[in-house]
Design a binder for this molecule. Sequence first.
Ligand code: IMP
Length: 201
Amino acid sequence: MKVVLASKNPHKLVEISQITEKFGFQLVLQSELGVDIDVEETGTTFEENSLQKAMAVMRATGLPALADDSGIAVDALNGEPGVYSARYGFDESLDDWGRLQLLLKNTEQVPDGQRQAQFVCVITFVTPEGEVIQARGEIHGELTREPRGENGFGYDPIFYYPPFGKTTAEVSSEMKHQVSHRGNALRVLREKLKEAGYADK
Ligand code: IMP
């Protein structure tokens, strides 16, 4: 089945395809189909934003669509930046590194032992026939005080995962994927798609 991924990011395509190709989805990027829409994420939950993106791309292409929405939620900041992780600080001049530094600064006063944080990912599958399937994955860790590691992206260098004894930027992408929010969401999605009859493996 041809399924369009609501993203322009080839890295996401590779990561998500690794799982979805196993059950016969032929995943294509929206940009490969000439769809150049930037969906405004107006929701306040990962579920809402991921659904908005999947619906918009499904409507624009007439094909079943997959979308993900993800971010980091810090306990001591009442779950911030959460759905605003990619826009944290609301300062256009900030890049991933700038946002990471801002998060470190805003948690400077948070003592050790109270620096718990989660990466969250919600993946949504929708079809033109009205099927909606959502899967959520999380990974629980702690914020470091300084960036460590060269792998990954975004907030990985300051996300310490205790079972590894390392940040998620200090491990390979394969190792991260085995425990990550996105990996976990994809594994849940796979089970739900099987139950709904979209995948048999
Ligand atoms: P999205 O592309 O709208 O889902 O934005 C997600 C944002 O959350 C990214 O810009 C990253 O800053 C952050 N994020 C999500 N997943 C990860 C991850 O696996 N590692 C590091 N940062 C992440």
